[in-house]
Design a protein around this ligand. Structure first.
Ligand SMILES: Cc1cc2nc3c(=O)[nH]c(=O)nc-3n(C[C@H](O)[C@H](O)[C@H](O)COP(=O)(O)OP(=O)(O)OC[C@H]3O[C@@H](n4cnc5c(N)ncnc54)[C@H](O)[C@@H]3O)c2cc1C
Ligand SMILES: *[C@@H]1O[C@H](CO)[C@@H](O)[C@H](O)[C@H]1NC(C)=O
Length: 434
């Protein structure tokens, strides 16, 4: 049976997936929706989407996600989302020194783009620096051996502003919010006979529910331990260069620029003059030795993790700048952080009822570091699940996964990742204990 629209629905997490769910449910006349977020603000500092920007690129190695992103981009262009979407194009390359794996991944992305009828007209192959400069004339670096393609169908979204905007809209539409560790931090889901009846927050208060939707990002494993190793909390680094007004203005309109072997950067943000950079590597995990499960270090260790950039990542960022915008390569890096997401073995999301919960708990997770582009449509997938008469996830790849057999992390096996993931405790300065 479908979930009745008057059911009290509690959403744990006010990040990308939680807010999108609140939006779609309230737009579809669900009348009793409450969001719990452990930070005091939206965008939450613990959210992977608390950021200036995220790449919105439609071409996936897997056509299933390509088609979803095309649908998402259509929605990014509607009035509610348009203020946050910038179709600057995506300059997707490898440098001349890129390892074979990176070159092959690039080729698969390029093939995906050029073989899709909606995307292909926007794609231009780039066979060297001379082909690249017309798309990024501000680039005065040597671009040694760079090649790849430009895709003008793609761009980026201002993720922090998008969260703030949808927060305002859903609040205005009657969604209730509890924020902060005490009122908004969910300590546990409360069960009776295996069925969730509500949640208990940091202040000890009990909130009754007919349905609990867990959209806790990298924090999901603490709320739903039964996920086990289906989800690995993983982090990538983020850093910024602070520009002058003139530098920001000069770089206005540059495409998202990505060398698969180093990482990527975006058009600077005109409000803060920050140019955001992400180095690309295997990422960092935080495995609990007892359970073998990697958990987010938030909220306890925000201060340990923020302001920190592993040396190898700084090296990649500086190389990327030296080859593209060498005037910035020696500049201080500011607002460094580790951004935590919920990784799955196959990079597939999980949108499903928790087995054994008798239809009382839905998990919305496994963003695998590529979920923000779907922000305008994620909540629609939850609505579809709630409306399903059999209470069944019809998209088999989004079902609850069988617990992984023995191997705790698969980092380097994922085709679009480069390098193995490392334990956070091994790279923190002074090997801080977490
Ligand atoms: C460095 C980096 C770069 C990325 N780049 C891209 C990109 O270019 N393109 C793209 O599409 N995606 C990108 N992503 C992925 C994207 O950010 C995520 O897919 C998206 O934010 C996932 O949304 P979420 O709601 O699942 O998790 P989050 O946005 O992290 O939100 C989870 C929220 O749940 C809250 N929470 C957790 N536990 C509790 C609790 N017990 N009680 C209350 N609240 C709780 C947290 O505080 C947090 O606010 C990137 C991610 C990272 C880390
Ligand atoms: C929601 O309610 C409004 C007003 O009653 C109605 O016009 C609309 O069709 C409803 N939408 C859905 C999806 O049920």
């Amino acid at each position: 049976m479908a979930v009745p629209k008057s059911t009290p629905i509690l959403i744990i997490g006010g990040g990308a997936f939680g807010l999108s769910t609140a939006l779609h449910l309230v737009q579809n006349n669900y009348t009793d929706i409450t969001v719990f977020e452990q930070d005091e603000q939206i965008p939450p500092r613990y959210s992977a989407a608390n950021d200036l920007n995220k790449i919105v690129r439609a071409e996936y190695e897997d056509k299933f996600y390509t088609d979803l992103t095309i649908e998402a981009i259509k929605t990014w262009k509607t009035p509610l989302f348009a203020p946050y979407f910038h179709q600057t194009g995506f300059l997707h390359c490898v440098s001349g020194a890129a390892p074979q794996k990176a070159q092959e991944t690039l080729k698969r992305f390029q093939d995906a783009a050029t073989s899709h009828p909606t995307i292909a007209p926007h794609v231009v192959p780039l066979n060297g620096p001379g082909d690249i400069r017309p798309w990024f004339w501000q680039c005065d670096g040597p671009l040694p051996g760079w090649r790849g393609y430009m895709n003008r169908f793609d761009g980026y979204a201002h993720s922090g502003n998008a969260l703030a905007g949808i927060y305002r809209v859903t609040q205005g539409a009657g969604v209730k919010f509890f924020l902060g560790a005490q009122q908004g931090g969910v300590a546990e889901i409360v069960y009776e006979g295996g069925k969730a009846v509500g949640v208990r927050t940091g202040d000890g208060r009990f909130h009754a529910a007919g349905l609990v939707i867990v959209a806790a990002g990298a924090g999901v494993g603490k709320i739903l331990p039964s996920l086990g190793t289906q989800i690995v909390a993983k982090a990538w680094s983020v850093a910024h260069v602070l520009l002058s007004d003139e530098e920001t203005a000069a770089l206005r309109g540059i495409p998202v620029t990505y060398a698969r072997d180093f990482g990527f950067f975006f058009e600077p943000d005109p409000k803060t003059n920050l140019l955001k950079l992400c180095p690309m590597g295997g990422g960092y995990i935080n495995t609990d030795r007892a359970s073998g499960v990697s958990h987010s270090p938030f909220p306890e260790h925000l201060d340990v993790v923020n302001g920190f950039l592993p040396a190898e990542d700084e090296g990649r960022i500086r190389k990327l700048l030296a080859q593209t915008l060498p005037g910035l390569a020696g500049r201080p890096l500011v607002k460094k952080s580790l951004c935590w997401f919920a990784d799955t073995k196959d990079s597939d999301f999980i949108v499903d009822y928790v087995p054994g919960s008798q239809g009382s708990v839905v998990v919305l997770s496994g963003d695998s570091g590529h979920g923000f582009k779907m922000f305008p449509i994620v909540g629609g997938w939850v609505r579809d699940l709630l409306e399903d008469q059999q209470g069944e996830q019809k998209v088999s790849r989004w079902r609850w996964k069988e617990a992984g057999g023995g191997k705790e992390d698969w980092g380097g096996d994922v085709s679009w990742r480069l390098g193995e993931s490392r334990e956070l405790r091994d790279v923190l300065p002074g090997r801080t204990k977490l």
